[in-house]
Write a protein that binds this ligand. Structure first.
Ligand SMILES: Cc1ncc(COP(=O)(O)O)c(C=O)c1O
Length: 413
């Protein structure tokens, strides 16, 4: 199984993509596009009258609203800006606090930090590895205004518990659904529980609209009324309600905004046409990820040193990533020892993702370094991700499992 010809170059800016010399690579994207998806884009290139803010955007929003069961859906250029819009509409600033998971991708928290509010890190649940509602409740103060929860890796957060806490303390709830389109709790889709749901169609996500894209789902009429203007430079498109359409301009910067400035977070028509097409097979593709995960779970079940997240009954975890926890403490070894074996002996580009945010110099310098997340600290130091994509062959999964077994046997000595 030896594979010593590994280079240490990363595949692209995010560290994804093929790296020469590895037998099993971490992919840059989940799957390839179908002919129907390619045709959806080409059709817009050939036939669409407008390239942005047109019928394809409205259709994608209608499709997404129907798919998630959210009250409103607004297409945007990426999830970071969906989160930014949510943060703006939460109307927070210096002196306010936002409770956020210590374990997530940095983009979950940056838009909230940008407002000047303080980020307060909550721990993860020891079984599901996503934000722990009990720790959220412990960290609420009179300054808390927003609960930011992240359905990380495709695992739904316990939203009924989060919503109960939010109602009790009168807090706004933002769901970061970037990694979890189609995830659900007893049939209710993520993004339809909180005040806002923020989805990503970035290149590596379960669905991608040509590398970038996002959707903001919104619960209240009041927020939905100002979202299009906040998304697009304060403009409210003319829709026939003014007698003289040119007064004061063909489109009108007249939305009722107080203390917030709009921006341009728009997405193009070709991406929206593709998005509608991708939604048609999202459940089917998530089912493939779920059945791949089931196979790996069965194969790894007999290895006492390996633990996987517990999926609560009735939860649909859509496996954006496949993450494992390794406990080699009985024989004095840790996650890094196992990863050294998997990479150098197995040629497997297993990786460690999403460092606890309070450990990053950026967050520390910006004043978000308070940490009181003992479960996360211990868990993270011992977790890692397998390479993972839709359609990973059975023999590759067998190889991953055999390599973990061989690694553990070697580490035990
Ligand atoms: C959990 C999480 N939140 C937010 C984002 C930001 O998404 P985007 O790249 O669409 O801005 C990502 C993307 O990687 C993510 O994984």
């Amino acid at each position: 199984m030896s594979n010593k010809s590994i280079t240490t170059k990363v595949g692209d800016a995010s560290g994804r993509g093929s790296v020469a010399g590895y037998r099993v690579n971490f992919p840059a994207r989940m799957r390839s596009y179908s002919e129907a998806e390619i045709n959806a884009v080409v059709n817009v290139m050939r036939n669409a009258e407008v390239q942005t803010q047109g019928t394809y955007m409205r259709q994608f929003e209608a499709d997404f609203k129907a798919y998630t069961g959210a009250n409103f859906a607004f297409a945007v250029d990426n999830a970071t800006n969906a989160l930014r819009l949510a943060a703006i509409m939460c109307r927070i600033g210096p002196g306010d606090e936002v409770i956020a998971p210590g374990y997530t991708f940095c983009a979950s928290a940056l838009p909230f930090g940008m407002t000047g509010a303080k980020l307060v890190w909550a721990d993860i649940d020891s079984k599901t590895w996503v934000i722990d509602p009990e720790d959220i409740e412990r960290k609420i103060t009179p300054h808390t205004k927003v609960l930011l929860v992240v359905h990380l890796l495709g695992m739904p957060v316990d939203m009924p518990a989060v919503m109960k806490i939010a109602q009790k303390h009168n807090l706004r709830v933002v769901e970061d659904c970037a990694q979890a389109p189609g995830a659900a709790i007893h049939g209710q889709k993520v993004g339809s529980f909180g005040d806002f749901g923020c989805f990503s169609f970035h290149g590596a996500k379960n669905i991608t609209t040509l590398g970038e894209g996002g959707m903001l789902t919104v619960k209240s009429d009041a927020d939905a009324a100002i979202t299009p203007g906040l998304r697009h430079n304060g403009i409210r498109p003319f829709s026939g309600e003014r007698e003289r359409y040119w007064v004061p301009a063909m489109s009108n910067v007249d939305i009722d905004l107080e203390n917030v400035w709009p921006n341009n977070f728009s997405i193009g028509e070709a991406q929206c046409a593709l998005g509608s097409e991708l939604l048609k097979t999202l459940d089917q593709n998530n089912d493939i990820l779920i059945s791949q995960a089931a196979k790996l779970r069965t194969a790894l079940a007999g290895i006492p040193e390996i633990t996987l997240a517990k999926v609560p009954d009735g939860y649909r975890h859509v496996y954006h990533q496949f993450v494992l926890h390794f406990d080699g403490s009985a024989f004095g070894k840790n996650r890094n020892d196992l990863l050294d074996f998997l990479t150098s002996e197995g040629g497997i580009r297993a990786i460690v993702q999403y460092h606890p945010l309070f450990r990053y110099p950026l967050f520390q310098k910006l004043g978000a370094s308070d940490q009181n997340c003992p479960v996360l600290d211990d868990w993270w130091d011992n977790s890692f991700s397998f390479p993972w994509w839709i359609g990973i062959p059975d023999e590759t999964m067998d190889y991953l499992v055999d390599s973990v077994k061989a690694g553990i046997a070697t580490l035990k000595g």
